[in-house]
Design a binder for this molecule. Structure first.
Ligand SMILES: Cc1cc2nc3c(=O)[nH]c(=O)nc-3n(C[C@H](O)[C@H](O)[C@H](O)COP(=O)(O)OP(=O)(O)OC[C@H]3O[C@@H](n4cnc5c(N)ncnc54)[C@H](O)[C@@H]3O)c2cc1C
Length: 461
């Protein structure tokens, strides 16, 4: 089989690549091992509930997702997070304590909530005040999020702010994650202002109007799979979908030969839009060093579990968006969201839907537990933490082995070498959550960039 452009991976990165290629009039072939497209974006509809198996939303400040959605004429389907109800709790010493108002990740911006919070002790509060005098500077070397946050706010801010917040996003540990890759904005603020608090306050002042005009998160009324369905419909006629596993790549005179578990595919342009560990296996036939670098990007495994309860199971309505469990206090649960509070259009009246997040770098083993065993554990932890006694009406479990890339210390250097080596292979590109951002908007941006690069090479633009 022959294709001008082959894309390995039919997640949002690969679909976005195919979409922007189709817009430029360039046909492509997507090779996807799973029976369905969307990668980790999977939505189920159960008894009136919209259940997200993977991501539930995307962050508003990164524009690529909304640009794509508008392009697909789907802006009317977008809903924002109910930010007026946004409070996140942290489980600390047997109680749920709200994150202090005004916190931007781990950066405090309001005095009274900081002084009155039970989440942090007085030494940390004092240190947060002294942080205003942190001198500007740049660290020559990348460092861990934990080291960076400790320098600014102390160890307790790592344990009860940075660690639970990053575990809920990356499933990763602040002592391993790279500050330059995970929170580059804070590195810039440190260089300019010294104090992160002063930097964030200055940013807030400058972006006041914009901050008020958009919700923190956005999603689609019917779930994110709506985006996958719309993309699939829009690329039909321009992209061929092959449900096969790509097992190896070799160079040919005209480009590449992709060996599939059944047959092969020749192409002039190849985009690996799959997880870096899978891209590593394929890139081995092109550049051994590139393959090693890709294989060196760690991935965490995670599990989401949706559990529905009748509202009557709870002694009082659940306030806020949900809770995080810091590693110091951890059971199996890492985080839990009250789905119906965070977003409208998700849960029918009378039902409470909890979305639980488990796994991460420290507990990939949770994926091999049986459904019954892990549901029993989660229900018992929910009973303890949320304070109610009821069995779920129904539950759904989604396992995501090695799906979330970890930008560990040294990622910027590793990435620079990966990009240089990829660039040296004519017609070859990489897209996906292992490179310049793990969120949906990042993956769409990378897919678009890959498509633009191909269009440029083919002189279509
Ligand atoms: C549980 C979870 C929750 C998340 N929550 C959010 C969130 O709320 N907001 C947000 O913005 N982001 C979130 N993310 C991150 C974001 O969803 C992902 O980074 C993004 O969707 C990844 O898209 P992708 O296309 O790069 O990769 P994937 O979705 O992983 O798709 C890669 C595809 O490649 C295929 N593939 C791999 N190897 C081969 C091969 N050899 N041959 C053929 N096919 C192959 C796989 O089968 C897969 O379908 C979450 C991720 C997870 C796992």
């Amino acid at each position: 089989m022959d294709a001008s452009v082959a894309i390995v991976g039919g997640g949002i990165s690969g679909l976005s690549t195919a979409y922007y290629l189709a817009k430029a009039g360039i046909p492509s072939t997507i090779v996807e091992a799973r029976p369905q497209l969307g990668g980790v974006i999977q939505t189920e509809h159960v008894q009136g509930c919209v259940i997200e198996g993977g991501p539930d939303s995307f962050i508003s400040i990164k524009p690529a997702a909304m640009e794509l959605i508008r392009d697909l004429d789907m802006a009317g389907e977008v809903i924002g997070s109910n930010d007026h109800l946004r409070v996140t709790y942290v489980w600390k010493r047997g109680r749920l304590v709200p994150l202090p108002d005004g916190l931007q990740l781990m950066v405090p911006t309001k005095l009274i909530p900081l002084l009155t919070t039970r989440l942090l002790g007085w030494p940390t509060k004092l240190r947060m005040g002294m942080e205003l005098f942190h001198p500007p500077g740049r660290h020559p070397e990348d460092q861990s999020v934990a080291a960076f946050v400790t320098q600014h706010y102390g160890a307790e801010a790592v344990d009860y702010l940075a660690e639970p917040l990053l575990s809920g996003i990356y499933g990763g540990s602040p002592s391993a994650l790279s500050i330059s890759s995970v929170l580059p904005r804070f590195v810039e603020l440190e260089a300019k202002y010294g104090s992160l608090t002063r930097g964030v306050l200055a940013e807030l002042k400058a972006n006041k109007a914009q901050a008020r005009s958009q919700p923190l998160f956005r999603t689609l009324k019917g779930g994110l799979a709506q985006l996958v369905t719309a993309l699939t419909a829009r690329i039909a006629g321009h992209a061929t979908i092959l449900h096969r596993r790509a097992v190896a790549v070799e160079r040919t005179g005209g480009g590449f030969r992709l060996r599939l578990d059944d047959g092969s595919l020749d192409c002039a342009h190849l985009v690996l839009a799959c997880e870096a560990h899978n891209a590593a296996t394929l890139a081995a036939g092109l550049d051994a060093r590139l393959a090693d670098l890709l294989a060196g990007i760690p991935y965490s495994s995670s599990m989401t579990m949706a559990l529905a309860f009748p509202d009557s199971a709870f002694p009082r309505p659940l306030a806020g968006f949900g809770f995080l469990v810091p590693k110091r206090e951890r059971r199996r649960l890492v985080a839990c969201t009250w789905v119906g509070t965070k977003f409208s259009h998700r849960v029918p009246t009378g039902t409470t839907l909890l979305r639980c997040f488990l796994g991460g770098m420290d507990d990939g083993a949770v994926l091999s537990e049986s459904d019954d065993a892990i549901v029993a554990t989660v229900v018992s932890e929910l009973h303890e933490i949320v304070g109610f006694q009821a069995a779920p009406l129904f539950w759904r479990i989604f396992r995501w082995p090695r799906s979330m890339a970890q930008y560990t210390v040294g990622h910027p250097q590793r990435l620079a070498e990966i990009q240089a080596r990829a660039l040296a292979i004519p017609g070859f590109d990489l897209a996906g959550n292992a490179y310049t951002g793990i969120g949906i908007p990042d993956c769409i941006r990378m897919g678009k960039q890959a498509a633009e690069g191909i269009a440029k090479a083919l002189c279509v633009v």
